[in-house]
Design a binder for this molecule. Sequence first.
Ligand SMILES: [Zn+2]
Length: 212
Amino acid sequence: MTDLSALSPVPSGSRAAVLKFYFGPMDCGKSTLALQMNYNHSRQGRRGLVLTKHDRSGGPRVTSRIGLGLEAVEVVDGLDLAELVRGHDRIDYVICDEACFYTVEQIEQLADLVDEHGVDVYAFGLASDFRSVMFPAAQRLFELADEVCRLQVEVLCWCGRPGLLNGRIVGGALVRTGEQVVIGDTDASPVRYQVLCRRHHRAGLLGEGMPV
Ligand SMILES: [Zn+2]
């Protein structure tokens, strides 16, 4: 019913949709949680859309390190996410994996979806890059989200402390300069990433006998 009275001041279409941002370092289970979230919502009959960018599979899929996977829409820079969702019949929620790699404009579009269209948006991603500097999209999510959640699925630094930051390693050494986004951890790439505690990220210490 869209009947409005003094007792129902909230206009229809502005029900309490939410923008949530779940962040954490690599391997903390972000994509696994994204897939679980999609499963939980879809089994309740809600209709969703799953987006990703630069997934580890190299394709338009959300894949988790523990072996789950799902087809997804690949987010490219010029893609209008509000238009994308409006182009579908009825979307109740959107799962945005790897949201740290989206453009700031796309984060604004996600906020529009929540506020103008009552679509729930669940975004997952890294907060900071290999220098420990925030990704612009992640920063905008921190600024706009209704709720921000640090995921800490006990991903540990080699020293045993909680892993908080992603180190970029080239030729066996931690680097602090370079492009913000470089795909690593593939056979073709000389770049790899390692989760470190703050102390060892700042000190550039990768641990004794760690594989390079
Ligand atoms: Zn450490």
